[in-house]
Design a protein around this ligand. Structure first.
Ligand code: SF4
Ligand code: SF4
Length: 188
């Protein structure tokens, strides 16, 4: 009994002399190759050439600072709760007197880690954050040979200082946040 109507019976009759030379089939194959030579190439010369990302591309996370360079994150844990992949872990700490220039509020994340092997780049952590402390940038995690290399800590995630490392800060900020749009305007 046939399950579908797509089966074809195989032609097992002996090949003619011309068929046994395979010339016709080779020419057909070459014609296909030639046709593709003049088509627009689907491949690009990465990393010299890069494709533009979609405006809604969600890449590597960035932990944000305020305009004075203080860390925005208050270690409230909302991003970790919102994360469907359980990729975020953190440890909260109390700000000490004299650390007001480092952390914006009384609590901060002493440890903040994202496991990029778990992350599905859904952006829910960014949406859950009430402090504009985390956003997904337009870069992606580079390849790595070891699993540990994909666990990003605060050192890798924290945005450069907006005053001391201005150029790197603006680059990391990208076009994703409203504050970046204001700062990137010519008269800002
Ligand atoms: S992007 Fe999604 S999966 Fe990745 S850390 Fe944020 S909430 Fe979790
Ligand atoms: S990144 Fe935002 S949501 Fe996550 S702990 Fe810090 S302040 Fe809370």
């Amino acid at each position: 009994m046939q399950l579908t109507q797509r089966s074809k019976s195989v032609d097992r009759s002996p090949m003619t002399f011309l068929e046994s030379l395979y010339l016709w089939n080779i020419m057909k194959g070459m014609a296909i190759t030639l046709r593709h030579l003049f088509k627009k190439k689907a491949t690009i010369q990465y990393p010299e050439e890069k494709r533009p990302f979609s405006p809604i591309f969600r890449g590597l996370h960035v932990l944000n600072r305020d305009a004075e360079g203080r860390e925005n994150c208050t270690a409230c844990g909302l991003c970790a709760v919102a994360c469907p992949a359980e990729a975020i872990t953190m440890e909260a700490a109390e700000r000490l007197p004299g650390e007001e220039n480092l952390y914006r509020e009384e609590k901060y994340a002493a440890k903040y880690e994202i496991n990029m092997l778990r992350c599905i780049f859904c952006g829910l952590c960014e949406e859950a954050c009430p402090k504009d402390a985390i956003y997904l940038s337009q870069t992606f995690a580079p390849a790595n040979y070891g699993r540990k290399g994909f666990i990003y800590g605060k050192n890798e995630l924290l945005i450069p200082h907006p005053i001391n490392e201005r150029e790197a800060y603006l680059k990391a900020l990208g076009d994703r946040t409203p504050s970046a749009r204001i700062q990137n305007q010519p008269n800002a």
